[in-house]
Design a binder for this molecule. Structure first.
Ligand SMILES: N=C(N)NCCCC(=O)O
Ligand SMILES: [Zn+2]
Ligand SMILES: [Zn+2]
Length: 318
């Protein structure tokens, strides 16, 4: 129940966008609102990457890319900042030198914010961060369906013997029973694997796969239908690795793979989540040093906007 009208973005007709606050979509900070329905939380962390670093700078870059977002989403007939209080919770102070401690810190901070009643959209960081978020969510919800947008499976076992990396979070999550193995789904998978066995292991861990090429073959509409069939019936966590987009749409990422989705395909797929029980989401692997013309930051900001629109519609029963 919303007690008062949400505080929205700073009015861009009075304070120019380039002058306003550095929060996501120029929204209020969390300490400026009495309570938040949704908190946008930065996770500046990239100690789990296997190739190009830089996702520690992701949160600020996604916020910078969000300055031009406006209040009304015509594609969904939604006002994501008008029917729910969205606030920017700043960045977590994550230890870059101790992966175990980093994972614990993320779990703790996410759990604290959720205990205050906020749903979470996390921005930035590498894909390692999905594991502590899923640990937190599963303590409340039990195993959740994971809708995972990515070029990569991220269900590999270890890198250099290390179990906690950005290529392994969903194997750990499945082993720990955090994932609903009947309802989870990868979207946009493509590119070379280590071996054919990777796909067989992945299926055992509980994932179905919709490949990047399936967008060409089946189209967004039919993919959304299949996605909804798989996800219906319980809580859904949405994890968006920005490298699901083609490098032409999102060059600013650490492990780019050719042949990916267009941003239009991704945004339209996310719109298909209205009515499903989305309990949280992340946008990871945005690496600004490899970005050009803010392409990746802007794409990530729009991904966040569609996810917030879905949460808004779900909250109002729209
Ligand atoms: N999660 C992302 N973005 N990438 C994982 C790639 C792991 C590898 O180097 O094989
Ligand atoms: Zn990933
Ligand atoms: Zn990836």
């Amino acid at each position: 129940m919303q007690e008062q009208t949400p505080i929205g973005p700073v009015d861009a007709t009075r304070v120019p966008r380039y002058a306003g606050p550095a929060t996501f979509a120029r929204l209020p900070r969390i300490d400026e609102v009495s309570r938040a329905d949704v908190a946008v939380l930065g996770v500046p962390f990239d100690s789990g990457v296997s190739y190009r670093p830089g996702a520690r700078f992701g949160p600020g870059h996604v916020r910078a890319g969000s300055k031009l977002l406006r209040s009304y989403n015509p594609a969904l007939d939604a006002t994501p900042f008008g029917t729910q209080q969205v606030a920017d919770a700043g960045d977590i102070g994550v230890n870059p030198f101790d992966l175990g401690e980093a994972i614990e810190t993320i779990d703790r901070e996410v759990t604290t914010l959720r205990a205050d009643g906020a749903q979470l959209l996390t921005i930035g960081g590498d894909h390692t961060i999905a594991l502590p978020i899923l640990r937190s969510l599963a303590r409340d919800h039990g195993p959740v369906a994971v809708l995972h947008f990515d070029a990569h499976l991220d269900t590999w076992d270890t890198y250099f013997g290390a179990p906690y990396t950005h290529g392994t979070p969903f194997r750990r999550a499945s082993e720990e029973g955090l994932i609903d193995v009947e309802r989870s789904l990868h979207m946009g998978i493509r590119g070379p694997l280590y071996s054919k066995q990777d796909l067989e292991d992945d299926a055992v861990l509980g994932f179905q796969v919709i490949r990047s090429d399936d967008y060409e073959i089946d189209g967004v509409r039919s993919i959304v239908e299949r996605m909804r069939r798989r996800l219906t019936g319980g809580p859904v966590y949405v994890s968006v690795d920005i490298d699901v987009l083609d490098p032409a749409h999102a060059p600013g990422t650490g492990t780019p793979e050719a042949g990916g989705l267009t941003s239009r395909e991704l945004l339209n797929t996310l719109r298909g989540l209205v009515g499903l029980d989305v309990v949280g989401a992340d946008i990871v692997e945005v690496s600004p040093p490899y970005d050009h013309a803010e392409l990746t930051g802007i794409a990530a900001a729009h991904v966040g906007y569609e996810l917030l629109s879905v949460l808004a519609l779900n909250r109002t029963g729209g």
